[in-house]
Design a protein around this ligand. Structure first.
Ligand code: NAD
Ligand code: USQ
Length: 403
């Protein structure tokens, strides 16, 4: 298949591009390198020494003989170039990773809120309009998030895959209807993903676009078989307070002897997936698209759920790291249950990598190897959800200085 990977220089997009290329697909990456620029803005770097995109692609060709195309293009602002690219490549499938993806970054400042909405909503809408304008019949797989459902809204009821069957009371009795699951975003970033869902529903209904929205949980791990083939192909590993996600952060913290930063009681339950399973799920999704004329197919791309404090306990037991309960900088439920249906991926052949069999490898091989690259001042999460909400600076200073 000819596949466009939008956001193919990022944490999920790079290993997906290599995996699909390795599987014989013809890949073109589109990425405006905005994520690398945000690293510059935040004065932080990936824990792993990622190489420039040109070098990454040269090394992949050197190692495998396979070529991957690359376009530096901003999906949110360069509509005409996007149209030309679709006409030129005529993709069979498009994988859309290209959005600002950190909840804390999206809540950081007025500017970052506006940037996240402008970038994400315009990128998705430009893509949909360009597909219609060029008559593209590509299967579109978009990376959405479990966070569109919110946490705790339905107690211990399992979260369905996108749609909820409801009863609508009428004078003649109840009507049964299937609706998009109510959206309950917990950050400006998550809000953009709920807006994406409406755009997909409209363009599937109106123009017959074939869309799969992958409601992905928190991705952990770093390497895949492909990124591990040469150190110059290494994947990104975000550890900072804005972009680092909880489990990878705990692994990095354990490696450098930093206390594990549990927000609040750690009673937040979240869904997880290893990066190796992310890349497999993408191939499953683009090779099993919904038929023309159907509503967007929603797949919950998760393999397990865990409470934050249980993850901290697990990492602490393995490594001896201390656990610190910090004031939570986010507005989120302190405790929530989370039961998630993921029947469709399992039925389509996903064989999940679970926490237990990948964890130790990750701690020793990546976090430990590159721990000298950590800037300890970037570890604590300082973006707060509302002005006036303060993280405890005293506690932070105590942790950072060890005094
Ligand atoms: P990332 O930031 O590492 O990668 C996103 C890539 O998209 C970056 O390389 C960035 O430069 C590019 N990009 C952003 N805006 C663009 C634009 N306007 N034009 C062109 N390129 C643009 O993020 P990631 O962790 O790889 O996440 C990829 C997708 O998966 C995101 O949409 C995210 O919401 C979703 N997701 C990620 C996780 C996770 O834990 N990382 C979990 C669930 C869902
Ligand atoms: N948390 C801690 N300590 C930390 C970091 C986080 O306790 O050091 C807590 C947070 O408060 C939150 C939970 O861990 O309750 C998850 O936070 P996270 O930063 O790991 O994940 P999140 O902000 O939800 O975002 C990540 C990705 C995002 C994706 C989402 C999937 O950055 O792109 O959409 O996971 S999901 O969470 O399923 O919505």
């Amino acid at each position: 298949m000819r596949v466009l990977v939008l956001g193919g220089d990022g944490f999920c997009g790079w290993p997906t591009s290599l995996y699909l290329s390795d599987r014989g697909h013809d890949i073109t990456i589109v990425d405006n390198l905005s994520r690398r620029n945000i690293d510059n803005e935040l004065e932080v770097q990936s824990l792993t020494p990622i190489r420039p995109i040109g070098e990454r692609l040269r090394v992949w060709k050197e190692v495998t003989g396979r070529e991957i195309g690359y376009e530096n293009l901003d999906l949110a602002t360069e509509y005409d170039r996007l149209v030309r690219l679709l006409e030129e490549v005529q993709p069979d499938a498009i994988v859309h990773f290209a959005e600002q993806r950190a909840a804390p970054y999206s809540m950081r400042t007025t500017h970052s809120k506006r940037y996240t909405v402008d970038n994400n909503v315009r990128a998705t809408h430009n893509l949909l309009v360009a597909m219609v304008a060029t008559g593209s019949t590509a299967a579109l797989a978009h990376l959405g998030t479990m966070g569109v459902y919110g946490y705790g809204w339905s107690g211990s009821a399992p979260i369905p895959e996108g749609y909820l069957t409801v009863k609508v009371p009428t004078p003649d009795g109840d009507l049964e209807r299937e609706i998009l699951h109510p959206a309950n975003p917990g950050s400006v970033y998550h809000m953009t993903k709920t807006l994406d869902q409406l755009m997909f529903a409209f363009y599937a209904k109106n123009d017959g676009l074939r869309v799969t929205d992958l409601h992905q949980g928190i991705v952990w791990g770093t390497q895949t078989d492909q990124t591990a083939r040469d150190e110059r192909l290494i994947n990104r590993f975000d550890y900072d307070g804005d972009y680092g996600t909880v489990l990878n952060r705990f692994l990095m913290q354990a490696a450098i002897g930093h206390p594990l930063t549990v927000h609040g009681s750690g009673g937040q339950t979240r869904a997880f997936i290893h990066i190796r399973d992310t890349v497999r799920c993408i191939e499953i999704a683009i090779t099993n698209p919904p038929p023309v004329g159907s509503q967007p197919m929603v797949l919950n791309q998760i393999t397990e759920t865990h409470r934050v404090r249980d993850l901290a306990k697990l990492v602490s037991e393995i490594t001896g790291a201390e656990i610190a309960n910090l004031p939570n900088p986010r507005q989120e439920a302190d405790e929530n249950d989370l039961v998630v249906r993921n029947d469709q991926f399992l039925a389509l052949g996903l064989n999940p990598t679970t926490l237990s069999n990948g964890l130790l490898e990750e701690v020793s091989q990546i976090a430990d190897k590159y721990k000298h690259r950590v800037d300890p001042t970037k570890i604590i999460a300082r973006s707060t959800w509302r002005e006036g909400m303060q993280t405890s600076e005293d506690l932070i200073t105590e942790i950072e200085t060890g005094e």
